[in-house]
Ligand binder design. Structure first.
Ligand code: DAH
Length: 352
């Protein structure tokens, strides 16, 4: 039996098939039940043992070659059919598909991302802290002992074992300082802590039980008689608010009490709605309170493992919703968690 002659005959038959139907017939003849190619391979069993390996190898080689020719021929027919079908329609395969509706970023996320970009460009690092916090980090370490009235103003969701849902992002101040001093403190330390906080508030237009803050902390070594100053704080806050509120603005500081800063301030900006002339949003005062801040209290530095004679710093705690409301002119804080997609779709920034 001349295996090469058989193979040439089969390849010719495949090449001669003029359409996919003819090709299917050839395939059935070669590979179907009692198919000629399969019979060739099987015929190895009729041979004496010593001839089998060489024959088997050659027969399998032929089988593979014929299979490849079949596949190639089939692909040619499919391509030709597709091309013909395409020609008969005005379908353009290079046209982009339909645009499916995509989600958008939440306005708080948009503003938070911008703030993180801004502060990282100023050399700040992003820190995280737990939402389930200990009483120690949330209160005691921040100079708010058990009997301090400042605890009353933060209606707390208490959990078991002296744990709670953090009422602010400030606990991450001491967490960060402790971690930094344990690892050989390298000043200056500049961090921001965006995060979710919780208070047992009665929800209304301007209060939510779940809200977002962004804490900031800067600590540096005192050089001579020069430490971190209120001027540094004001400059940083002004830069930040100018970028976020997208307008040139004035700020003013009023005294404010927070046990973990001394002195503590409320920072106001001139009202963006009336440019300081007086309107209903700023209650005719021309100023809007945006940000509590202050110089880090010596006790907080001590809790963090630093000597307040050697180190000073400033801190701030920005209410993110408040800033977002000012930026977009939103008048009801409940919108943020309301799940109303018509509200959310007004902030069409796509995710990065
Ligand atoms: N943690 C305070 C609050 O939620 C806000 C605050 C005030 C943070 C002054 C600060 C600060 O870092 O310096 O009420």
């Amino acid at each position: 039996m001349d295996m090469n002659a058989l193979r040439d005959g089969w390849l010719r038959a495949i090449a001669a098939a003029s359409d996919d139907k003819a090709l299917a017939e050839v395939e059935a003849r070669l590979f179907g039940g009692k198919g000629e190619v399969l019979e060739l391979v099987r015929s190895v069993t009729a041979l004496p043992k010593e001839e089998r390996p060489a024959f088997g190898k050659a027969a399998n080689g032929v089988k593979q070659e014929v299979e490849q020719a079949l596949t190639a021929a089939r692909d040619r027919f499919v391509a030709a059919t597709t091309a013909k079908e395409l020609q008969a329609t005005d379908f353009d395969p290079t046209e982009p598909g339909p645009r499916l509706p995509r989600g958008t970023l939440h306005p708080i996320t948009i503003v938070q991302n911008e703030l993180v970009d801004l502060f990282t460009s100023l050399g700040f690092q992003w820190q995280d802290g737990p939402e389930v916090e200990s009483e120690y980090f949330n209160f005691d370490a921040l100079n708010i002992p058990g009997d301090h009235p400042a605890r009353e103003s933060q209606d707390t969701f208490w959990l078991t074992d002296k744990n709670l849902l953090r009422t602010h992002t400030s606990p991450v101040q001491v967490r960060t300082l402790q971690r930094a001093t344990k690892n050989g403190f390298q000043p200056p330390l500049k961090v921001i802590v965006p995060g979710r906080c919780f208070r047992s508030e009665t929800v209304d237009k301007s209060h939510e039980h779940t809200f977002y803050q962004m804490e900031g902390l800067v600590v540096d070594r005192v050089h001579g008689d020069q430490g971190v100053s209120t001027a540094n704080l004001i400059h940083t806050m002004k830069t930040c608010l100018r970028v976020i509120l997208e307008r040139d603005l004035q700020v003013r500081l009023r005294p404010g009490f927070f046990p973990f800063v001394e002195p503590g301030f409320e920072l106001d900006v001139n009202c963006p709605f009336c440019s300081g002339k007086g309107c209903s949003v700023c209650k005719q005062s021309g100023w809007i309170e945006v940000l509590p801040c202050g110089m880090v209290h010596p006790n907080v530095l001590r809790q963090g493992g630093l000597d307040p004679e050697e180190y000073t710093g400033f801190a701030f705690g920005m209410g993110l919703q408040r800033v977002v409301m000012l930026r977009y002119g939103i008048d009801d804080i409940r919108q943020f968690m309301g799940g109303n997609t018509r509200f959310l779709q007004q902030f069409p920034e796509v995710s990065r």
